[in-house]
Design a binder for this molecule. Structure first.
Ligand code: APR
Length: 240
């Protein structure tokens, strides 16, 4: 019996009531958005660890903004894929995402915890105020009305995640009876560590093995767009 069929059977038996999703860049790969560490590679051979840091922004804000504007352009033109749309059918689920692309909300998910922020929000480095800005900036680096520079409102390496986001994500993980992990390498903390808070049935969807701290009950070696819909169908069957 295939891993999907085994997971579907276990979910049908469990009839989960409190579902939590934990997603990474792989859930958006089928929307044409490059992952950080997968085979799809990175922009200009830079590693996220070299660009997504306060030090890189301090050193060369224009280069960091060029990288973000390139990613914003790809994301602006991308569409939620079958995985995002399937997850959005789980109206009561909590979606904890490491992604900053906003595709879960665009797909219709209502309860999304964006652990690493959102690439379409910019933050004043002086006032800390944020503004939603979907359109490309006329010049880089962009500036706030107060004259200070704007930065992407995302969490960079070495920065803390927002306390409320961590609290909501931890509570969801501990309270869930089913965890579905989609498209993460599981190597970036503290996000990856949240998975070990979950004690119930868990299903992971990833074409390659991840380094998640606690192995999931079922590991489905498949693309998110292919394997997520049948898993969501099994969850919804139990809720009828
Ligand atoms: N479907 C499912 N998973 C996929 C697909 C796909 N179509 N394509 C690739 N993957 C998997 C890869 O096998 C890999 O394990 O998605 C994972 C992507 O891993 P990363 O690129 O490391 O992305 P992620 O785990 O989200 O990274 C976490 O690191 O750079 C920081 O802040 C950034 O949020 C990011 C964090």
């Amino acid at each position: 019996m295939s891993e999907v069929a085994q997971a579907v059977e276990a979910i049908r038996k469990l009839r989960p009531r409190r579902v939590v999703l934990f997603t990474g860049a792989g859930v958006s790969a089928d929307s044409g958005i490059p992952t950080f560490r997968g085979n799809e590679g990175l922009w200009r051979n830079f590693r996220a660890e070299d660009l997504a840091t306060p030090q890189a922004f301090e050193r060369d804000p224009v280069l960091v903004w060029q990288w973000y504007e390139m990613r914003r352009d790809i994301i602006r033109n991308a569409k939620p894929n079958a995985a995002h749309l399937a997850i959005a059918r789980l109206h009561d689920a909590v979606v904890i995402t490491q992604n900053v692309d906003g595709l879960h909300k665009r797909a219709g998910s209502g309860d999304v915890v964006e652990l690493h922020g959102n690439i379409f929000r910019a933050r004043c480095v002086r006032e800390g105020t944020t503004t939603l800005r979907e359109a490309p900036f006329a010049s880089l680096p962009p500036h706030c009305e107060c004259g200070a520079m704007l930065r992407p409102d995302v969490v960079w390496f070495g920065e803390m995640l927002s306390e409320p986001a961590i609290a909501r994500a931890s509570a969801a993980m501990m309270g869930a009876d089913l965890l579905v992990v989609v498209g993460t390498s599981g190597v970036v903390y503290p996000a990856a560590g949240l998975v070990s808070l979950h004690r119930g049935l868990s299903v992971e969807i990833n074409p390659q093995a991840s380094s998640l701290p606690s192995a999931c009950t079922f590991a489905i070696p498949a693309r998110a767009a292919e394997a997520t819909p049948p898993i969501v169908d099994a969850i919804l069957e139990g809720s009828e």
